[in-house]
Write a protein that binds this ligand. Structure first.
Ligand code: PSU
Ligand code: MN
Length: 308
């Protein structure tokens, strides 16, 4: 049934036919996470990184009543320039598709769409999580519940410390979501390589990651896997400075009563302002680095499941 709603790009269709590994990319990071033209340049650069490694990119977004799996460069540019794109998480998905609106998929919605298209590897910057003060607001990203049930490996640089990382990791543990550190024991905090909190297992190679994916799903265990890949050292930002910016941004959000799905984009954009764009170059560097790892993981997983 879900096939009816999916529209594949030519490149993705061909890859499916020829059994070429495909990696999913999200569109909220483009529409709500980065300004134009950096979002457009980054979106294109990520796709090139994958193609150079022999992997086909599938940037996922909603338009014309369809879930687009793979965007043409014209479609991607349109998404990057349009200021009125809706942010689509799990619950928004049926509404935005049925009403024919344009939507950018978050981690949760991208995982759902990737799984429908039988894509098992998805690359992004950071996942959503349990927000600071969640004991009062109950603000817990839908990304976490999705990771508990949808079988996609999400390659990211951990989560930003705009969130309560300790509670985020507790939630993932309760829900049986694997949190793997790529060449690290420490869960990365997006702009910094370490959060001071431990990952579940340290992994050293894309082959180890692929083996865990294959084993988990062969065992019939539902849900996803977080693969946390630290930001390259040369781009890491200063922890103390970022904490100051984050506290200021959260305070502003409270003053302006920003809540619900608006809060994460609000905090991201304030961090861009406070760091005079340095948060943007960090973000771009880490997502490129994650994309290169994603390609390796997709190739290794493809080999593992096809015994090649
Ligand atoms: N965190 C980031 N960058 C992002 C997001 C989160 O560092 O772009 C986006 C992702 O699309 C993520 C979503 O899935 O925000 C989470 O939103 P919320 O906190 O409303 O669940
Ligand atoms: Mn929320």
């Amino acid at each position: 049934m879900s096939k009816h709603y999916l529209e594949y790009s030519e490149e993705v269709s061909l890859a499916q036919e020829k059994k070429i590994p495909i990696v999913a990319l999200e569109s909220t990071i483009l529409s709500h996470g980065l300004p134009y033209p950096e979002n457009w340049e980054t979106g294109q650069a990520l796709e090139s990184i994958l193609r150079e490694k022999g992997v086909v990119p599938a940037t996922i977004a909603i338009a014309d009543g369809k879930i687009k799996v793979g965007l043409s460069s014209k479609e991607m540019k349109d998404f990057c320039q349009d200021k009125n794109i809706l942010k689509v998480s799990r619950r928004d998905l049926p509404c935005v598709v049925a009403l024919g609106k344009k939507g950018a998929t978050t981690v949760s919605a991208t995982m759902i769409c990737a799984a429908m298209a039988n894509i098992r590897v998805f690359v992004t910057g950071g996942i959503g999580g349990v927000h600071r003060g969640a004991e009062k607001t109950m603000d817990v990203s839908a990304d976490l519940a999705e990771l508990a049930k949808t079988p996609v490996a999400v390659i990211c640089s951990g989560a930003k410390s705009i969130l309560d990382l300790e509670k985020t990791l507790e939630y993932l543990e309760t829900q049986g979501v694997n949190v793997l550190g790529y060449k690290t024991d420490d869960f990365p905090a997006f702009y910094s390589r370490e959060s001071g909190r431990q990952v579940d297992y340290k992994v050293e190679t894309p082959q180890e990651i692929a083996a865990i994916m294959q084993t988990k799903w062969n065992l019939g265990l539902e849900g996803g896997i977080v693969i946390a890949n630290p930001i390259p050292l040369s781009h890491a930002l200063d922890d103390k400075e970022m904490e100051g910016c984050i506290e200021k941004a959260i305070e502003e959000a409270q003053t302006h009563s920003v809540t619900g799905k608006a809060i994460t984009p609000f905090l991201l954009s304030r961090l861009q302002d406070f760091t005079k764009g340095r948060s943007i170059s960090a973000n771009i560097a880490l997502v490129k680095n994650n994309t290169a790892l994603g390609a390796e993981v997709a190739l290794a997983y493809h080999k593992a499941v096809n015994f090649v």
